[in-house]
Design a protein around this ligand. Structure first.
Ligand code: MN
Length: 320
């Protein structure tokens, strides 16, 4: 089934001259890594490729080979024979109207319930990263994987598996990673670029956020918060909170971590991460938001106390 899809995609690549490669906006390591892995490989095949992300390349991913060629804007007249949207789940997460620019669209993704907006949809929820699906495509085509492509595939997979700690870190993830190391990538350098280059104000803000830690009396839920006041105090901004939601989840017994982040004077973004059976996607949808079983979010109006109280009430529990 997916073999047939891969063959069909390779045929369309062969026929195309101008190709757009994009992924979801506010990109993570997999979105950018898979975009750049596919972009670099297609360029090696002699295709004219534009790599696009509505939010450009965000820190710390500037080191990825090809990162400097990513555009965050498209000429309104730009037209492509073929457009890829990677790792997105939904067409609209591209952040622009891809259909206006591309004759045909292809969806490559590993999210459950990924929309079938493409003429071909290579979707496999067993793939640890979307970059792994790009890898399968290149292998099928017998395209030799260059060092530039390898670094992107490795970084995307390292990033989407939480450094090979999450339940999606399967045999394929490890074996592709090992192959990329065999091709000459420096695993230590990638890890240090990803995890040891944070700005000081992020750590200072994290310190403030951790002081707000609340654990519910059942011990299964824990939350931290960041307010506009804290941003000012720490000379930090929203982009510095990336990954904060994971800290409460590291507490023994905690199944769901919740991160309250102020976006406006009277509004909070509530992020959920689950490491167990609790479906936080369903919870967020109930509240008017969205997401998946393990990761979801919703915007809620109110003061921090109000928003926190309403979330904990919905969970049927309260903080100690
Ligand atoms: Mn992904």
């Amino acid at each position: 089934m997916s073999q047939r899809t891969i063959q069909a995609i390779l045929k369309r690549i062969e026929a195309a001259r101008q190709i757009l490669v994009s992924a979801h906006a506010t990109p993570d390591g997999d979105a950018l890594g898979s975009t750049l892995a596919l972009t670099m490989a297609l360029r090696e095949m002699g295709k004219e490729v534009v790599a696009f992300n509505a939010d450009g390349v965000i820190s710390p991913f500037g080191f990825l080979p090809g990162a400097k060629t990513v555009q965050n804007r498209l000429d309104p007249d730009a037209r492509f024979d073929l457009g890829f949207l990677l790792d997105a789940g939904e067409l609209q997460r591209a952040g622009i109207d891809l259909r206006a620019h591309c004759t045909e669209l292809i969806n490559i993704d590993h999210h459950p319930y990924s929309e079938t907006f493409g003429v071909e949809n290579l979707v496999d929820i067993e793939a640890a990263s979307t970059a792994i699906l790009v890898y399968r495509l290149l292998r099928q085509q017998r395209h030799p994987i260059s060092l530039d492509v390898a670094i992107n595939i490795y970084t995307a997979t390292l990033s989407d598996t939480g450094s090979f700690r999450y339940s999606n870190a399967n045999q394929e993830a490890f074996s592709v990673a090992a192959e990329m190391v065999g091709l000459g990538i420096n695993a230590w350098e990638v890890a240090s670029r990803l995890y040891e280059t944070q700005p000081a104000q992020r750590l200072i803000l994290l310190g403030e956020a951790l002081r707000t830690l609340q654990i519910t009396n059942c011990g299964r839920y824990a939350s931290i918060s960041v307010t506009s006041e804290m941003y000012e105090l720490c000379h930090a901004e929203a982009k510095h909170t990336d990954g904060f939601v994971n800290y409460p989840r590291s507490i023994e017994g905690v199944e769901v971590s919740i991160f309250f982040r102020q976006t406006d004077p009277n509004r909070f973004k509530v992020g959920f991460r689950s490491k167990g059976n609790v479906d936080v996607g369903a919870l967020a949808r109930e509240m008017g938001g969205g997401g998946h079983h393990n990761a979801a979010g919703v915007l809620v109006e109110g003061s921090l106390d109000e928003v926190r109280a309403s979330v904990f009430q919905r969970l049927g529990t309260q903080p100690i």
